[in-house]
Write a protein that binds this ligand. Structure first.
Ligand code: NI
Length: 173
């Protein structure tokens, strides 16, 4: 395990635009991706963007596995997404709760397009694209926002729907 430190909201690096990746074969990239998965697993997160570990490169990862405790929760395939582009496929927006490893213990409601096509490159530099909706679409948009220096609270429309998990969902746990 080589979990890295996750930068917390307020750190100026989280508000920068990250740079395109051009060197796909490098050992540095391979180690970064492995460390990001270790970091995400360590914190039990659904996704992580490179700037959250202080690396200003356009790389995000995400993965939501089936959890027997939440049989109805949507799963998201384990994905490495580099230099992503997002195309919105519908006008409709969907409101949903989000959290972020850079803002631990808090949740907020964010409206986002409900259906998107995203494309980008895997760690070998192979291009791929997917059409997704629901939670998968939300996770991708949240992570890609990090690459443009956007944290989810910046998108909350009703700030009363932003708060501590323990206060918002006292019955959980
Ligand atoms: Ni986040």
């Amino acid at each position: 395990m080589a979990a890295r430190e996750i930068l917390q909201m307020g750190n100026p690096l989280l508000y920068q635009r990250s740079e395109e990746i051009t060197d796909f074969g490098s050992a540095q990239l391979r180690i970064l991706i492995k460390d990001m998965f270790d970091t995400m697993a360590d914190s039990d997160g659904a996704g992580l963007a490179a700037p959250q570990v202080g690396v200003l490169q356009r790389l995000v990862i995400f993965s939501v596995e089936a959890n027997p405790r939440y049989p109805d929760a949507e799963t998201v395939p384990r994905t490495i997404l580099i230099n992503p582009e997002i195309e919105v496929l519908v006008d409709e927006q969907e409101a949903g709760w989000e959290g972020c490893l850079s803002i631990p213990g808090m949740r907020g409601v964010v409206s986002r397009p409900s259906q998107i096509r995203y494309s980008g490159y895997n760690e070998k530099g192979e291009k791929f694209s997917r059409e997704v909706s629901g939670f998968h679409a939300r996770v991708v948009q949240h992570e890609c926002d990090h690459l443009d220096g956007v944290l989810y609270p910046m998108r909350i429309q009703d700030i009363r729907q932003f708060g501590y998990e323990s206060a918002l969902f006292p019955d959980e746990e």
